[in-house]
Design a protein around this ligand. Structure first.
Ligand code: C2E
Ligand code: MG
Ligand code: MG
Length: 723
């Protein structure tokens, strides 16, 4: 998986961090530039407004200046004299000189005035009359205009100053520099009036435009000086914003990253680094939806449970258990990495630890259901070799349950439940193997769930009853004892066999209250018989005790004492039956418990002898009073001499050890005859009586076909070779 690849992870993490940092920087720059440009545009707009208004002010001021000059010049003109000069030939006549002289003086006196002249309107054109310029060339052009020359310059202000016929002109000036053959000028114009206020022409004062241009430039320079701090402010603002924004983005990423890490951590198993249940269930639900919508053909879920994990924890300590789990996780990763890439993608394959020693694997896009089995085989191979732990070596094979999406399940919980059921079947099939979930398992499971919930409700109701089966003394034909057996009449399912519901009661823990009720009822019943029918009552009552009850240990002893005290039954009247399989499951601790039970004074019977793994020799080590030979031997009596030999050996040994033996499941008279010939003292079976209700027991025994054995027939020790 990619995230387990240390180098790869570090590489991809740092690359991702660099990418994010570069992206943040780009974003901060872009936003700062946008802010900078916006502020610059606003400041620019303000400054260009100022720029325009400054130019306008300079122009207006200059126009006033030019107009004033023109008005002053108009004052110099003698209107009468001026009116007499209208012909070209009057140029430079004494009269002309007299008329132009004041203008000439003014031109020379006022710096900046280049030309000073008068004009008159002649229809649509203006004609020169007086020109104060000194004769000479300027730019290769004659400086001075003659009387009645047409003015070539197209200045509109000039015609404004000259006025329209019947409408007097007004003082004015040009706003922009203009260029003519004599240079670039700004000109002020003022009308000339005679004594009766009749306009007789206009004065023009040409000033070199350089002066105006210089004024304008100076004003703009002042303005531009103001632009420098504004620009600096914009830059500062943009830079400050950039830093602030970058810091904000980095902080936001850090917060988001911390949140993402926390979220990811909450979905990982701390011990193994694999996904945990939450993450797995999400992915599984997603896979179910993908199959439902046709985005993938099928998926498979493998549910793994490891054998003996609890033993490792109990005997080697929890650190060893943790180490084992880590090694298991590593092997799972290793064996799946090769062909089925695990990934962090939503559609990817995933391994998870569900807690304890349960692991689950989801493989998406599986080609065929057979591939799931191949994968399970590969996993079993990878997980089988010995685990080297600090505390020592451990073997732990896995049991695997397989569920494929072809089972059409719609919830992740249902898939896991079925995978768990299949895994459980694998365990029952002998561990270290896999089982593919089937519908039959589902039916069994449903019935099991039904039975468990029904049993929970049945406790303390008449649905549950006790039946009693006599154990007969073959020498006297009398009932020596009775075994109490549970009966359950389920309201829907009818009679349910104890062999079906007792294991369920054991697994669900319901056997504890149930067993207590059986014990109490059985003791009460015997006490009642002893009081009401002292001659017919069985000497003992035999009660089956299950594994879960034995596991109670001291609490079972405590409970027994209470029941005996409560009912007043002498302890030797109660016999507890423990199956050979249960005894052998944990021989050491069960031996200790048996001894403590014996100390209370109750009798002990080893039930179903011959179905477990105990040897005849080990009987000696346990404080049993009675050994019940399993029904399977009795039913084989007629057909097998080996069985005959075995039963004979058992009966002899049991007798020699001072115990009694009971043959279970005696159904016909021939079996009885053989057992009697072998010296069997006690028997139980349908031949004598089926298990019956308490009130029918004593009568049932009375009508049983038992004949007391008068003399034990000689027992031939059956030999293998005996024909
Ligand atoms: P078990 O203790 O070995 O009980 C004997 C079983 O053999 C009983 O089955 C009985 O009905 C049956 N049986 C007796 N004689 C014959 C016969 O001649 N032929 C045949 N074919 N069967 C015969 P049952 O009642 O179905 O009980 C089955 C098992 O369930 C019992 O085996 C016992 O292990 C368990 N069980 C029954 N009641 C209780 C109980 O109250 N507590 C516990 N812990 N287990 C119980
Ligand atoms: Mg029994
Ligand atoms: Mg039995």
């Amino acid at each position: 998986m990619r995230h387990r690849d240390e180098k790869g992870r570090r590489f991809s993490d740092s690359a991702a961090v660099t990418d994010v940092a570069a992206r943040d920087r780009r974003r901060a720059i872009l936003e700062s530039v946008t802010i900078g440009v916006t502020v610059a545009a606003v400041v620019g707009a303000a400054i260009s407004g100022l720029w325009l208004s400054t130019a306008q002010t300079v122009r207006e001021n200059y126009r006033t200046h030019l107009t004033r000059l023109a008005l002053a010049a108009a004052q110099q003109v003698d209107p009468e004299l001026h009116e007499r000069i209208r012909h070209p030939e009057q140029m430079d006549t004494p009269e002309y000189k007299r008329a132009v002289e004041p203008l000439r003086r003014m031109r020379l006196a006022v710096p900046g005035i280049r030309f000073l002249y008068t004009l008159v309107r002649d229809g649509q054109v203006a004609r020169f009359i007086l020109d104060s310029a000194d004769p000479g060339l300027h730019n290769g052009v004659e400086d001075r205009s003659s009387v009645w020359d047409v003015s070539v310059s197209q200045q509109p202000s000039k015609m404004i100053a000259l006025g329209e016929p019947g409408q007097p002109g007004r003082p004015t000036a040009t706003l922009e520099p203009y260029t003519d053959p004599w240079g670039t000028f700004m000109t002020g114009y003022a009308p000339i009036f005679d004594a009766s206020h009749r306009q007789i022409g206009a004065v023009g004062v040409d000033v070199d435009a350089r002066e105006f241009v210089a004024y304008l430039r100076e004003a703009r320079q002042h303005l531009l000086l103001g632009l420098v701090p504004a620009a600096a402010m914009v830059i500062l603002l943009a830079v400050a914003f950039y830093h602030m924004r970058l810091r904000g983005l980095v902080a936001a990423h850090e917060v988001a990253e911390a949140a993402r890490r926390a979220q990811a951590a909450a979905r990982l198993d701390r011990l193994t680094g694999l996904a945990n249940r939450t993450l797995f269930m999400e992915r599984l639900q997603h896979a179910i939806e993908r199959v439902g919508s046709g985005h993938q053909a099928r998926f498979v879920v493998l549910f793994l449970d490891f054998d003996h994990f609890k033993l490792v924890n109990d005997t080697m300590g929890h650190p060893a258990g943790d180490e084992l789990l880590r090694q298991i996780a590593e092997r799972l990763r290793g064996s799946l990495r090769a062909s089925d890439a695990m990934s962090n993608e939503l559609d990817g394959n995933i391994i998870a630890r569900f807690g304890g020693d349960e692991f689950v694997i989801l493989i998406n896009d599986l080609r065929s259901a057979r591939d799931a089995e191949l994968m399970a085989e590969r996993l079993l191979q990878a997980l089988a070799p010995v685990y080297e732990l600090c505390a020592g070596e451990v073997h732990s094979s896995a049991s695997i349950g397989i569920v494929t999406s072809t089972d059409g399940l719609e919830s992740a919980e249902a898939v896991i439940r079925n995978a768990d059921v299949a895994m459980y079947e694998a365990k029952r099939a002998g561990r270290g193997c896999y089982v593919v979930f089937s519908d039959a398992m589902h039916t069994r499971l449903t019935r099991r769930v039904h039975i468990e919930s029904g049993l929970r409700k049945a406790i303390g109701t008449p649905e549950l009853e006790l039946a009693y089966q006599p154990i007969v003394d073959l020498e006297t034909g009398q009932m020596a004892s009775t075994e109490v057996l549970l009966r359950w009449n389920h309201p829907q399912l009818g009679e349910i066999e104890p062999s079906e519901f007792i294991p369920i009661a054991e697994e669900s823990g319901l056997i504890v209250p149930l067993g207590e009720w059986v014990l109490l009822s059985a003791c009460r019943q015997l006490v009642e018989w002893r009081q009401t029918r002292p001659h017919d009552a069985p000497r003992t009552v035999s009660v089956n005790v299950s594994r879960a009850e034995l596991a109670l240990g001291p609490r079972l002893l405590e409970r027994l004492r209470n029941i005996l005290e409560q009912t007043g039954l002498p302890p030797h009247c109660l016999q507890l039956e423990v199956t050979e399989r249960e005894v052998m499951r944990d021989p050491v601790s069960s031996k200790a418990l048996m001894h403590r039970l014996r100390e209370i004074g109750v009798r002990l019977a080893m039930d179903d002898f011959g179905t477990g793994t105990s040897s005849l020799a080990c009987l000696r080590d346990y404080p049993f009073d009675c050994v019940k030979i399993d029904r399977s031997f009795v039913s084989d009596l007629a057909g097998s001499r080996d069985v005959l030999a075995l039963i004979h050996a058992t009966l002899t040994l049991v007798e020699n050890l001072g115990m009694t033996s009971v043959a279970e499941g005696v159904e016909d008279i021939s079996q009885l005859a053989v057992l009697q010939s072998l010296g069997c003292r006690y028997a139980q079976g349908y031949l004598f009586s089926h298990p019956v209700a308490a009130d029918a027991l004593l009568e049932a025994v009375a009508s049983a076909p038992i004949r007391p054995v008068e003399a034990r027939p000689p027992v031939d020790r059956p030999a293998r070779d005996a024909a």
